[in-house]
Write a protein that binds this ligand. Structure first.
Ligand SMILES: [Zn+2]
Length: 453
């Protein structure tokens, strides 16, 4: 504990003294630009239920950082079975879907995110690259891409890029200390960071050298690092039940498996779990839903609810929407947003139901709420564009469509829609000036494209 406090004090000096080198505004711009270009190149998992879950967990940690935050944090999921997580300057954190499937509980996932948030918050990448005079967007973007998605990055920028973004040893330790501190303050058990890293490291030592997870290449592991983490967590009392998987995590893992795994094998394994009834049955229904079999899913989810499993409204609502039962979808989701007004995905799905019912004003209300709660969901912006456009506000419709396209990395298309939107939007409105600003920013990106040329 004393060591943790000492590290925190030392870190305050580091963080405070840092700003002279590379302006925060530049760091933020670099991250934003990277996220837009990368969205067009990386296979991202965009399923709202998964994106929202990871973002909520991440935001829970971020909300305990020292205020005020220099930039908002966003968490994205890359469709890739290899273990990886990486933080891009400016608050953009990328996690591979393979890692989501490998964490055994929320504390382990919080440990990974806390560590990445630590790297970002302490500006490790720009501090590290400053020394090697690589601090221009083109160079950094190529390096980052190679770390987030080794296959694409290596092809685009040359093979040794990953090695250049290997964090220095002292930065790894600093990120560990920071991650442990943030996790604790957010109510997660820091032992999760230790158990996950230990398991990864055991695996790395027995794996052939060409199968080392990308995570270990950029976040080098040492005995020393494990020892420090052990010392930092040893005296902390374990929270009861911290190492059990929560239903929320198992639900997200079932969705990821349904979307990415072998169809027959996933179906069989969840059917087996479902045979025991209760939460296992609910997971079986969820995996059927995300495999595209909404009708069977609905029957299974209803059985699980009759057995007393709660919090399945989002899934029942989505399954009802997909089977065309709009009345039931609207009823279940309305009850859900009543009892859980912060459930962004419920608002988003209810918005889609209202769209399908032709109630554009109600759709817009729900989707605006969803967008405010979960700014990382591009589907919500897209649907909001539909609701505004069909509801008679063409300018706003195009504006939200442009936002969705930008989030999906379609730079040229987004710019064209922002241009059209700004001609239709009320002059002087917040959206009109934002549309103009975004169009200019995207023009800059497309004229000097670095990624995917
Ligand atoms: Zn690290």
């Amino acid at each position: 504990m004393r060591r943790l406090v000492a590290a925190a004090v030392g870190l305050g000096l580091l963080l405070g003294g840092y700003a002279r080198g590379y302006p925060i505004a530049e760091e933020r711009k670099l991250g934003e630009r990277f996220s837009i270009e990368a969205a067009g190149e990386l296979p991202l998992l965009r399923e709202p239920a998964v994106v929202d879950y990871v973002n909520r967990l991440g935001q829970r940690i971020v909300s305990h950082l020292e205020a005020p935050q220099p930039f908002p944090y966003r968490f994205s999921i890359v469709l890739d079975a290899r273990l990886n997580a990486f933080a891009v300057p400016g608050g953009f954190v990328y996690v591979h879907s393979g890692l989501l499937l490998r964490v055994g509980n929320e504390a382990e996932l919080a440990g990974v995110l806390g560590h990445e948030i630590g790297h970002t918050h302490a500006h490790h990448i720009v501090r590290q690259q400053e020394k090697s005079r690589l601090l221009n967007y083109a160079a950094i973007a190529g390096l980052l891409l190679s770390v987030v998605q080794p296959a694409i990055g290596a092809a685009a920028m040359g093979a040794n890029a990953t090695a250049q973004l290997k964090y220095r040893r002292e930065f790894e330790q600093e990120a560990d200390y920071l991650g442990v501190r943030y996790m604790r303050e957010a109510g997660f058990d820091p032992h999760g960071m230790l158990t996950f890293l230990k398991r990864m490291w055991d695996e790395q030592r027995t794996a052939p050298s060409d199968q080392v997870p990308p995570y270990m290449l950029s976040h080098p592991m040492t005995d020393e690092r494990i020892n420090h983490l052990e010392a930092a967590t040893k005296s902390l009392p374990a929270r009861p039940g911290w190492d059990e998987p929560s239903f929320a995590l198992e639900r997200v893992q079932a969705i990821v498996r349904a979307l990415t795994g072998d169809r027959a094998a996933v179906r069989e394994s969840y059917a087996r779990r479902g045979a025991a009834g209760g939460p296992g049955l609910a997971l079986h229904g969820i995996s059927l839903l995300y495999q595209g079999d909404a009708r069977s899913a609905l029957a299974v989810l209803d059985r699980a609810r009759r057995q007393g499993v709660t919090d399945l409204e989002d899934d029942v609502g989505l399954a009802s929407l997909r089977t065309g039962d709009l009345d039931r979808a609207a009823r279940v989701l309305s009850e859900r947003v009543e009892s859980a007004p912060d459930d962004a995905v419920a608002h988003a799905t209810l918005g889609r139901v209202r769209l399908a019912q032709g109630d554009y004003a109600a759709a817009r209300r729900e989707l605006e709420r969803a967008a405010a709660l979960a700014p990382a969901l591009d589907d919500v912006e897209y649907d909001l564009g539909q609701a505004c456009g069909r509801g008679g506000d063409a300018g706003l419709g195009l504006y939200h469509l442009a936002r969705a396209l930008e989030m999906r990395g379609s730079v040229e298309q987004a710019r064209a829609q922002y241009d059209k939107a700004s001609r239709l939007l009320e002059a002087g409105s917040a959206e009109a000036s934002d549309a103009k600003e975004r169009a200019d920013a995207l023009e800059e990106i497309s004229s000097a494209r670095v990624i995917g040329r």
